[in-house]
Design a binder for this molecule. Structure first.
Ligand code: P53
Length: 487
């Protein structure tokens, strides 16, 4: 009993936080490449050049005026440029994954490495060869690649020239990219995810739209992304019917603060807005009524073409994958409740849970609840493709004793086991986030580490990039070897 025999144990990464080589091998610039580093307290910024030639720094989520363009400042550190240089370390890293016994390795393809400008007529052969070599390396260790087609990553040219996902043209550029990689890698890759955290695309770096505050533009852009995903699912299945193509949604679990029906109703609304409506479209193939009603109330009319609804309907996913880090508390009236410092949605502190150094509540039982709710509702196989503890690691006498990380992972794996064994949930695999230390997406820093392997690099970009096994490396190795029995 316990975990199924063929359970996919592994780890997860994303190109813009891991790969580096930002201009190597013919790669073009991505939006991620113009976002500066940051820290817990210092927000990541973009330097823009205005029409009159003057330059100014703006926070990454701020609107970029239509006549301005992002530029790179020579004296500023940009984490994506080198990241932790998987580009030159892939053999070493995959060997380490092989040593841990990984069955699966989640990674993303850098769109601008394949189509440097997004709208190129031909793909960049050197870029295609890079991933071919990576997949061949995985095969040496019988590691199955799980590829995210788009992980917070957009060729800069698509943002500048077309206005990102607000333009319907971006759908076609995306499908050209999908066709190229599906055809090229159809014998090397079986598991695909279309968009990372599709419910978390809301600014220039992900959607490529500059008026992030405009409701209509946001909704239209999200529709284009969802449509692109549905079309990609169909295209993938045409190219290779064996492909398993999944949705990927950030699954923060929301709790009502009290049994006051007002709080429960508010939690329902937040859950729908933040995640449920994306699941519904990707798993059931159409917009739920509550979303259509919301459009009406906002006097918004989605611009659609004939056939779009069928495309959504025919492009439902084969499985659901999620990121799960924490839960959050929702109340109708926030009042004087104690705030949870780092909770992404500015939530209320949950008195029953501890928090990470970045203020993310730690909630293993929440994971079991999430898995059950999803399986009840959609009856699709599930995968947890991100989970883990971002923490500061200290090297003492050449070793890193990350017992806090082991403890976090152990408690989550135990709840996965309950969900499988006791509740009968169908769970395919588990890929903890940042298996080799990488750059944080939220803060752009190195100090927030998730890995089993330590990478020597600091927040300002300095370091040898050497890899060192942490205590959790051997621990995870025996978790995999015992198929989740020895924790
Ligand atoms: P970092 C926010 C909340 C939950 C998940 O996050 C998030 C984010 C964005 O920061 O993103 C996912 O690095 C994402 C990864 C990211 C990871 O969570 O801010 O898919 O790219 O690195 C962890 O600690």
């Amino acid at each position: 009993m316990g975990f199924p025999k063929d359970f996919l144990w592994g780890g997860a990464t994303a190109a813009n936080q891991y790969e580096g080589g930002y201009l190597s091998g013919g790669k073009g610039l991505a939006v991620a490449d113009v976002i500066s580093g940051g820290t817990k307290t210092q927000v990541r910024k973009i330097l823009i050049e205005l029409a009159d030639g003057t330059k100014k720094w703006i926070p990454r989520w701020e609107e970029i005026p239509t006549d301005a363009k992002p530029v790179i400042d020579e004296n500023t550190y940009y984490p994506s440029h080198q990241a932790v240089d998987f580009y030159h370390h892939y053999k070493e890293d995959i060997r380490l994954m092989g040593e841990m016994g990984f069955k699966v390795f989640r990674m993303s393809i850098n769109w601008s490495r394949i189509f440097p400008n997004g709208d190129d007529v031909c793909p960049n052969e050197e870029g295609l060869q890079f991933y071919e070599a990576v997949f061949a390396e995985c095969k040496k260790y019988q590691i199955e690649p799980l590829v995210t087609i788009n992980h917070f990553d957009l060729p800069l040219n698509i943002a500048l020239k077309y206005g990102g996902w607000y333009s319907r043209k971006t759908i076609n550029m995306f499908l050209d990219y999908c066709k190229t990689i599906f055809e090229r890698y159809q014998h090397q890759v079986k598991y695909w995810l279309t968009f990372n955290e599709i419910n978390f695309l809301r600014d220039y770096s992900t959607l490529g739209i500059t008026e992030a505050s405009d409701y209509n533009k946001q909704q239209q852009s999200i529709f284009h992304v969802l449509l692109a995903s549905a079309k990609a699912v169909q295209l993938g299945h045409q190219i290779n019917p064996e492909f398993k193509i999944g949705a990927m949604i950030a699954n923060i679990l929301f709790y009502p603060q009290s049994c006051n029906p007002e709080d429960v109703l508010e939690e329902m609304k937040v859950s729908r807005e933040f995640k449920d409506f994306y699941y519904d479209i990707q798993c059931r193939g159409s917009y739920p009524n509550y979303k259509l009603k919301e459009f009406k109330r906002n006097h918004f009319k989605l611009e659609k073409l004939p056939g779009d609804e069928e495309e959504l309907q025919n492009g439902t996913v084969d499985f659901i994958s999620i990121s799960y880090y924490n839960s959050a508390v929702i109340a109708k009236q926030k009042g004087d409740a104690e705030k949870s410092s780092g909770n992404q949605l500015g939530g209320i502190k949950n008195p029953y849970l501890e928090e990470s150094e970045w203020g993310w509540p730690i909630d293993p039982i929440g994971l079991r609840i999430v898995l059950n709710r999803l399986y009840d509702k959609y009856r699709l196989p599930l995968m947890i493709v991100e989970n883990g503890l971002g923490a500061i690691d200290k090297i003492k006498n050449g070793t890193i004793d990350d017992d806090y990380r082991i403890d976090y992972l152990r408690r989550h794996i135990l709840q996965m086991k309950e969900a499988i064994e006791y509740d009968g949930v169908e769970l395919w695999g588990y890929t903890p986030w940042g298996c080799i230390d990488l750059v944080s997406a939220g803060t752009g820093e190195m100090d927030k580490r998730y890995g089993f392997v330590y990478v020597d690099k600091d927040n300002s970009g300095k370091g040898t990039l050497s890899r060192t096994k942490k205590k959790s490396f051997d621990w995870y190795k025996q978790v995999i070897a015992s198929n989740g029995e020895s924790l």
